[in-house]
Design a protein around this ligand. Structure first.
Ligand SMILES: *Cc1c(COP(=O)(O)O)cnc(C)c1O
Length: 355
């Protein structure tokens, strides 16, 4: 840190992304990317658009907003496009969180939430998940908080039924409820269907997980038009060209080629259930994930030791050091071959086989 860095960030502990080491080729199961490449139309659209990258992108993001609106059955005015969904989450925190409406989210959830809160000096509270990592809906009923719920949640993988989301929305009519649906395509129930009925609902989504575009940075928010106007005030005060040309047209192509992604999603769900069964057979406790990752622990071994032993064998998974989940590892669901490699490595490690 330089001696010039503002003291207003003294308490800021930046988000730590999953490691992307380059020392050898790893089977990467640590950042919840898709193992499948983007569809051909996505690559072509990005390439074509690159020819025009001397020109700024459309600040209204018309093409991608129209594509998303048609896909989700909402109006274009109910959609905002952003540089990853991290950006719409940051805007939402800035827009709807303050002393009067502090943020509230689970103690175990997406690690970026406390970072965005700290960055913007927004007070926040956390509600502990139950022992089994389920959300106690009663924690979110009418206590003047702006609520942020990842559904399904990360890194637990667990999903709330839509009826619980609706209960939370009804109990907080004067506060915004942000539902982060980064993983919803892998088995969750989307709250997008509720946006016309609840003016306090903001749903966020991403192209990073089910649509194989993590490196392109494309996210979105869906809610009523007034919420979108608030978020756009902040977007136009930050970076009106937040979504670049290549990404915007690539995203629209991904929506057009939805069938390709729908098939990949089915494969990932199958591979998830397959790997879950195998890990359970090896004595692991594995949560009932509705995402593209598994959350698993074994009593036979410390969570960090397992993570390190897998890394030695060329397999990266995500280990978190916070107390409640230090025994666990988050394992991205990849191809069937990758899941077999994972299960074989885990079996060898538990048997004490040398690398
Ligand atoms: C991956 C993820 C996101 C967002 O990722 P982007 O790449 O910024 O779209 C948001 N929320 C959760 C819970 C995630 O796991």
């Amino acid at each position: 840190m330089s001696r010039f860095f503002s003291g207003k960030y003294d308490n800021l502990a930046p988000y730590v992304p999953g490691e992307q080491p380059r020392d050898r080729k790893y089977i990467k199961l640590n950042t919840n990317e898709s193992p499948f490449p983007p569809s051909p139309g996505v690559v072509a659209a990005a390439g074509n658009e690159a020819y025009q990258s001397n020109l700024y992108s459309d600040p209204e993001c018309t093409s991608i907003r129209e594509a998303l609106a048609a896909f989700y059955g909402v109006k274009k005015e109910q959609v905002i496009a952003t540089n990853g969904s991290d950006e719409v989450l940051n805007f939402a925190f800035m827009a709807f969180g303050d002393e009067k409406s502090p943020l509230l989210f689970p103690d175990i959830t997406y690690g970026f939430y406390p970072v965005f809160a700290e960055l913007n000096h927004i007070p926040y509270d956390v509600a502990p998940l139950r022992e089994d990592f389920t959300v106690d809906v009663a924690d979110y009923l009418g206590n003047d908080h702006t609520i942020v719920i990842a559904n399904p949640n990360a890194p637990t993988g667990l999903a709330l039924p839509l009826s619980d989301i609706e209960t939370i929305l009804r109990a907080n009519p004067d506060r915004v409820v942000v539902v982060d649906e980064a993983y919803v395509d892998f088995g969750g129930e989307s709250a997008v269907a509720l946006v016309d009925r609840y003016d306090n609902l903001l749903v966020t989504g991403t192209f990073s997980k089910s649509r194989s575009m993590a490196g392109a940075r494309l996210g979105f928010g869906i809610g009523n038009a007034e919420l979108m106007a608030d978020l756009n005030r902040l977007r136009y005060s930050t970076n009106p060209y937040n979504v670049n040309r290549m990404t915007m047209e690539a995203g629209a192509a991904a929506i057009r080629e939805h069938d390709y992604y729908a098939k990949n999603i089915q494969t990932i769900i199958q591979n998830r259930e397959y790997a879950k069964e195998k890990l359970e057979a090896l004595g692991f406790r594995v949560t009932d994930s509705k995402t593209n990752f598994l959350f698993a622990k074994t009593d036979a071994m410390d969570g960090e030791a397992l993570y390190l032993a897998l890394k030695d064998r060329g397999i990266l998974v995500r280990h978190f050091t916070s107390t409640r989940i230090r025994d666990w590892n988050r394992i991205t669901v990849g191809t069937a071959g990758q899941m077999d490699a994972l299960v074989d490595a885990v079996r060898d490690i538990l048997k004490g086989e040398p690398v």
